[in-house]
Write a protein that binds this ligand. Sequence first.
Ligand SMILES: NC(=O)c1ccc[n+]([C@@H]2O[C@H](COP(=O)([O-])OP(=O)(O)OC[C@H]3O[C@@H](n4cnc5c(N)ncnc54)[C@H](O)[C@@H]3O)[C@@H](O)[C@H]2O)c1
Length: 354
Amino acid sequence: MGDAQTSKDSTTKATTAATPTVKRALQKRSGLDIASDYLQTAWLLLTVTVALLFSIIYTIFAAFKCLVPRKFRRHDITGKVVLITGGGSGIGRLVIQRLAAKGAKVVTWDVNEAGNAETVRLLQEAGYECYADTVDICNKEAVYKSARSLTDRGLQVDILINNAGIVTGRNFLESPDEYVVRTFQVNVISHFWTAKAFLPAMLKSNSGHIVTIASMAGKVGVNKLIDYCASKFATVGFDESLRAELMVNKKDGVFTTLVCPYYINTGMFDGVRSKLIPILEPEFVADEIVDGILLRSKEVVLPWYSNVFVWLKLLLHYDAQKFMLCKVTGVSKCLDGFVGRTPPTLQLNGTSEP
Ligand SMILES: NC(=O)c1ccc[n+]([C@@H]2O[C@H](COP(=O)([O-])OP(=O)(O)OC[C@H]3O[C@@H](n4cnc5c(N)ncnc54)[C@H](O)[C@@H]3O)[C@@H](O)[C@H]2O)c1
């Protein structure tokens, strides 16, 4: 208090002691400062207004584009080479069956040899061109070697679909350490190895497409799926930042698509019960993923209205979120009866203790 008073007194003394010329100069400078402040604020407001106007124009344009029937917006993929990870079962198998029917040459990489072989059998019986390699996508050397072997066979990948995934489905402290590490390796780190293997050729020709199969669990965190959600949030970030980098580097011929489905009836989440949103049928999900690829959509959320939970998460207070999670949607109890399926390559020899 005393210090403040002393400083105020000395400022008053200094101002009183200043000559009239100095006083005028001080007043003039502060006038200039004020004017410059006004100008800066006006410029900022103008920039924000113009940016908002452009954003509105882009959004209206995108909305009008959506009104054009899908059949006029789909791109032809005849003769394109599509590589999918985890094509030996579930969504992966259904997606490449559909892409092969559209005229693509398809390749499946799966750690499950028998599953891969079954996919090839089904596709070849239907008369489609299909290749299968047994690859553990967590092993980056295996990924790079298998990528080279595709090039040697004259297969240049045009569309890469990072689809393989695993889930543990336990409370955080009950999740064995090996499962946590493996979940991240399969669900997200492998995306780096596959993208590093195929993106350079796509950038060179400025043409290609990288599809990320994430999950609604990559948008909204839930109990008993902590490692899964964290890995899927990472894949959402992977897609978004890769798209940003392609945009900044003007690689407008290389597309990305992010897919975020709710629970699907493939066996991966066997035992899950859903109160509000129905569990999705794999055929519907595969159809929508394929359309998302053909339409070059930036994002496919399934069902589309599950996006409401993402908006609510942004709008609601945390207490209200708890109410929604536990009381209204029943999402907190979905995994109570979870059985799932044991990931094929996982040999548990450790413990869940830190
Ligand atoms: N099933 C769902 O409810 C659901 C919901 C949202 C998102 N997803 C995501 O969709 C994708 C496909 O799921 P799905 O339901 O078809 O599961 P799925 O278990 O039927 O298929 C996953 C495939 O990935 C393969 N795989 C696992 N580890 C691998 C590895 N290290 N290397 C190579 N292949 C490996 C498996 O062998 C399997 O064939 C996953 O990324 C999953 O996270 C699934």
